[in-house]
Design a protein around this ligand. Structure first.
Ligand code: PLP
Length: 402
């Protein structure tokens, strides 16, 4: 016996991972320096020194304090440290009761989806979107409903969200700074979305006789990776917000698997959501977040992210590509450049790019046609060496230089 749904998930591979594997094969064949792999969102900036110092300090403690199970929601002192840090930054009054430590943002979103969506429900995503959302939504038995972002600004289109809401809408997932576009949703944009959700909630309460608010899942692994744009604190704009966070990008710890879910405990409904998040984490077998890295989080909770290297890469790449005649979305955050493919079929464009060992990700995997994602979380030399290849690719398509 086999679970065919799980088999299908295992047998299909993520396009991003496929390109990454292909890049490694090509590197072995023709040399690392000749392959321009822009596929994966693995931070190129090393984890800050404070992380190493925290680990070294922890290793002098009795092992059971470092390697033992923690309570399922996380070590109390860690959750308190996270809450205190948020309070300092966002003028809030959270406590450890609002925080549930997780195994990274993937687990944060998965647990939240399983907590708030029932089989048959619908969850809205803003396209283009992080491809795993569909997998996690369907795993929760819900349907993934794609709503296109504004195709000029890549901000949320509140009217389109309003049109997609049905009786079965359980949640909306937003991701800002955005993977894959690099857009940062403005305060006005999130306020407009919040107004749409409030209207839908009010109409629903009137029809059903009891409130069953739509949950806004704000997936924020890139919150700290910005180039000057304000990233509004979403729970201050919409009450029924669950924030999903991780240290994969901000502290460059993607392999260590640590993050949190924040459910502000402002109502009986919110307390029930938090209990359901705990139930989902239990049901999915997460047990607890890694104990050693919970301690790292406690020690490094206010350590700033080093975005200077990403800012330099962004400048290097955008100034060169714009001179070559490529068009792209000016990224305000994250470390991805969303570039228009030079033909409508992004997959065909990526095949052509392969001939020059250029490996971006076609937009089809993010739910839209005609674009590619270029991850610039790479060494600057990779970008510099790739520029002649981007030029030759543009020449192939007869693009005139700007
Ligand atoms: N959400 C988004 C938008 C991401 O880009 C990623 C990873 O790239 C994740 C969630 C998963 O992050 P984590 O490594 O913390 O599980």
């Amino acid at each position: 016996m086999i679970n065919e749904q799980m088999y299908a998930r295992g047998a299909e591979s993520s396009v991003i991972r496929e390109i990454f594997s292909y890049a490694n094969e090509r590197k072995a064949q023709i040399g690392t320096e000749n392959v321009f792999d822009f596929s994966l969102g693995n931070p190129s900036v090393p984890a800050p020194d404070e992380v190493r110092r925290s680990i070294e300090r922890s290793l002098t403690l009795p092992p059971e304090q470092v390697h033992g199970y923690t309570p399922a929601p996380g070590a109390p002192e860690v959750r308190s440290a996270v809450a205190a840090s948020l309070n300092r930054r966002f003028n809030t009054s959270y406590t450890m009761a609002d925080i549930f430590m997780t195994v990274g943002a993937a687990a944060s979103v998965c647990c939240t989806l399983n907590a708030v969506a029932c089989p048959g429900d619908e969850v809205i995503v803003i396209a283009p979107y992080f491809p795993e959302y569909r997998v996690w939504i369907e795993m929760a038995g819900a349907t993934c409903v794609e709503v296109l972002a504004n195709q000029e600004t890549f901000q949320i289109d509140p009217a389109a969200v309003a049109a997609a809401i049905t009786e079965r809408t359980a949640a909306v997932i937003i991701d800002s700074p955005n993977n894959p576009t690099g857009a940062v949703y403005s305060r006005a944009n999130i306020e407009a979305l919040a107004a749409v959700l409030e209207d839908a909630n009010a109409a629903r309460a009137q029809r059903l006789g009891h409130p069953q608010p739509i949950v806004l899942i704000s997936d924020e692994p890139y919150r700290e990776i910005t180039y000057g744009a304000e990233v509004p604190w979403v729970p201050s704009l919409y009450e029924h917000t669950v924030v999903c966070y991780s240290y994969s990008k901000s502290l460059s710890l993607p392999g260590e698997r640590v993050g949190w879910v924040l459910v502000p405990q402002v109502s009986e409904g919110a307390r029930r959501v938090m209990t359901a998040v705990a139930g989902a984490a239990r049901s999915l077998g997460f047990v607890c977040a890694p104990a050693l890295f919970q301690r790292v989080v406690m020690d490094c909770v206010d350590v700033p992210s080093d975005v200077a290297a990403y800012a330099r890469n962004r400048e290097l790449l955008t100034s060169a590509l714009s001179k070559m005649g490529y068009t792209y979305v000016e990224p305000d955050g994250a470390f991805y450049l969303w570039v228009r493919a030079l033909e409508p079929d992004a997959e065909a464009f990526c095949e052509k790019a392969k001939a020059y060992e250029l490996l971006p990700v076609p937009s089809n995997s993010f739910g839209v046609e005609g674009w590619v994602r270029v991850g610039y979380c790479v060494a600057p030399e990779v970008i510099e060496r790739s520029l002649p290849a981007w030029q030759r690719l543009a020449d192939d398509y007869g693009v005139t230089q700007a």
